[in-house]
Ligand binder design. Sequence first.
Ligand code: KIV
Ligand code: NA
Length: 265
Amino acid sequence: FKKITTHRLQEMKATGEKIAMLTAYDYSMARILDASGIDVILVGDSASNVMAGNETTLPITLDHMIWHATSVVKAVHRALVVVDVPFGSYQGNSSEALRSSIRIMKESGAHAVKMEGGIEIKESISRVLSAGIPVMGHLGLTPQSIYKFGTYSVRAKEEVEAEKLKSDAQILQDIGCFGIVLEKIPASLAKEVSESLHIPIIGIGAGPDVDGQVLVVHDMLGITQDFKPRFLRQYADLNKIIGEATTNFIKDIRSKDFPNKEESY
Ligand code: KIV
Ligand code: NA
C-alpha cells in the first residue's frame, strides 16, 4: 500500500475517486479503520462529545486533542491523519494558531490540522501554512460557533450566508488549504463549491456531489445514542451488540458459568 498524502487527495479529486474519511480518537479504533482502508482519519474535537460526554466541542483542550492524536497516529500506517485545532487555541491570534498547530504536529506526529472558519481566521491559517503544516478548512455548520448559530439546523440556506460560504471556500483554496469540510449545508451549494474549486471538498450532511464524505465513527457504528440526523447512515448497531455482550457476561458470572476450567489456571 501507499500512504495517503494531501497530494494524493488532490489527485483523487482530479480523477473523480471519492475520498472516505472517519473520525477516531484512540489507538484500537484507528487501527481497525486504517486496516480497512479508510483514506483520512480525523481526530475530531467531536471527542469532546463522544469521548468526554460534553454537550459541545468547546470544552476540549489542546492537551486533550494531542493525547487523542498521539494514540491514533501510533495505529496508522496508511491513512492521512488530520487533527482538529480546538476552540480557543487559534482564533483571532495567528501566533497562537501557529504555536498550537506546531504542538499538535510535533507531539502527536499527525500529518495535518483542521480549523473552523473562513475570512475571520485567514491570518491564522496563513501563518500555520507558512510553517509547512497542511491545513484543512471547515465551513457551514461549524460546531465551535454553536452559540453564535443558536441551533444545529442546516446552514447557508439563505443567499447572504451562501455567498459568504462560497467566498470563504475560495479564500481557503487561494491561501493554500489542501481541502475543506462542508458541514450541514444544502446539497446544491456544496456541489457548486466542489465544482468551482480544485481542492477536495469533504461533506457531512452536504449531499452526494462533493469529493468525499466524513462521519463521526461512533455515529456510523451506532454507538452514539439519541443522535439521528438525516445525513447519518448507520452501518452497524454496536449499541445493541455491546449491550448484549455485556448482558451475557453478567449472566455467565452470576450463573457461575464464567470462568470455566479451560479458562482457569
Ligand atoms: O470533530 C469532528 O468530528 C468533525 C467532523 C464532523 C467533520 O469536525
Ligand atoms: Na470538529
